[in-house]
Design a protein around this ligand. Sequence first.
Ligand SMILES: [Zn+2]
Length: 285
Amino acid sequence: MNFRVVCYPMASDSEEGRRLRPELLCEASRPQLREYAPNVAVLPWGATEAHGSHLPYTTDNVQAEAFAARAAAIARERGARPVVLPVVPFGSNAQQLDQVATCHLSVSTVLGVLRDVVRSMTTQGIDRLLIVNSHGGNEFRPFVRDLQFEFKALIVVADFWRMRPELRREVFDVPGDHADESEASLLLHLRPDLVRMADAGRGERLPFRIEGLSQPGVWTPRPWAAIHPDTGSGDPRMASADKGRRYFEGVSEAIAEVIVGLSRALPGDVPYFGGEYGDEPAGLH
Ligand SMILES: [Zn+2]
């Protein structure tokens, strides 16, 4: 299986890797896609940001693309017709702008990109979209509520790290959420050539100094480098490629289940209405 960056496929020694895959837009040709007739668009969305000293800035993009590609391949084997769009490589990074070369997309830009993707897909009759999100700072829910109504499309968000929580607890020893054991393990599985575990720090998290802010239900974003001195959140040093493989396969299966469900959905299979919205005819809203 080829888990290289999807838009820049690299040679693989397997037959599967050499074959052009119709479920990957970046590999497929137009005649191939016309015959395949995808009905679910899968949009990997990452970020480009510091991931400790041991992982590359593109960590989230590698994960988003690989989960999307693997899940789409599994789903296609089960009769679904997904097409994986190119990864969006920038995310919400306002709290990391003190780190060299970090790019932040503001919410108006994110809404603009997402709106244009949804409009493009629905224009071609693809009215089901799955966002495979790999970056904790990316929040799509308010946009999805608006766009779903505007375009009569079914839009679903999968934050991969929130899926299969029992598997996450079973596979990993140390909890964390950034450049931690889970992300280091995934990268050791997917792109070991980009990992330098010898440089890994402890991923320490310092507390807020203002009292009262650490209670459940109270939130403000972390000023990243002030709270996480080595930019990691969670100790990555027990990471392994095998842990990454187990977690990757389990979560890919779960994402594939979403794709299969979306692809098979018929109008009226709530929450899919196929151009109608709720129980009123389209056009009344
Ligand atoms: Zn990450």
